[in-house]
Write a protein that binds this ligand. Structure first.
Ligand SMILES: Cc1cc2nc3c(=O)[nH]c(=O)nc-3n(C[C@H](O)[C@H](O)[C@H](O)COP(=O)(O)O)c2cc1C
Length: 213
């Protein structure tokens, strides 16, 4: 039974383009995967904690050496990692903030990039110190930006630090199949926004219909 993890991270509610676009994807995905199941995680309305000194000590301790307090500290992170490992596909709405990801989504990334759970650290292997532990996932990142021209070769292309950051950190844990669907021009409005949203919706519809999971 195919399983989709649906994440929203915009602090905006009805005005959020990424929320509308991920909802559109999920609706189409349900239509084309009638036996599929969906887990929803809203980190925009329910922000995640940032990592703390206690969290770091617990995450980097050997699992069999963790105290009960350390296990409790990692409980939410473990749930978030399980959600990823249990999914076949992930769709995540991510607003573009100050040329990168919003702090709420970065807090999520810090919770799921976990030694021993989503990657291994092999200090003695000179060729490859890291091994990804996540396999066979497709992720669709749905991004909305206020200005336009952030694509490759565009007038703001060199300011787009979100796409490369996402690709790097997701590849690090093993999510190599990443589709980035971006809408632009929220701050311009008018036809430029409408056209961009329409082309994002069309692409999401194709991705939902073709999703192999
Ligand atoms: C704190 C903040 C920072 C932003 N930084 C940028 C930016 O660097 N470049 C840009 O084009 N738009 C920027 N925007 C505009 C958002 O990317 C745009 O409103 C987008 O639609 C937000 O996603 P949402 O509609 O899902 O909330 C910013 C908006 C906010 C609130």
């Amino acid at each position: 039974m195919p399983h989709l993890l649906h994440i929203d991270s915009s602090p905006r509610n009805d005005r959020s383009h990424t929320r509308r676009l991920t909802a559109h994807f999920v609706q189409r995905w349900r239509d084309s995967h009638p036996d599929g199941t969906v887990t929803y995680r809203d980190i925009g309305r329910n922000p995640l904690p940032h990592v703390t000194e206690e969290w770091i000590a617990a995450a980097f301790a050997q699992p069999d050496e963790r105290s009960q307090a350390m296990q409790d500290t990692l409980q939410l992170s473990d749930v978030l990692v399980d959600e990823i490992l249990e999914a076949d596909s992930i769709v995540a709405g991510i607003p573009f903030y100050n040329f990168g990801m919003p702090s709420g989504f970065k807090a999520y990334i810090d919770q799921i990039v976990r030694v021993g759970r989503t990657f291994l650290f092999n200090p003695d292997n000179g060729e490859s110190t890291y091994t990804p532990l996540v396999h066979d996932k497709r992720m669709i990142a749905v991004i909305s930006r206020g200005d336009g021209g952030y694509g490759p070769g565009g007038r703001n292309g060199s300011l787009n630090h979100l796409d490369p950051h996402l690709r790097t950190v997701l590849r690090f844990i093993g999510v190599n199949d990443l589709e980035i669907v971006a809408a632009e021009n929220d701050e311009h409005g008018g036809a430029a926004l409408v056209d961009s949203l329409e082309s994002a919706r069309r692409r999401l519809m194709r991705l939902a219909n073709d999703d192999p999971s």
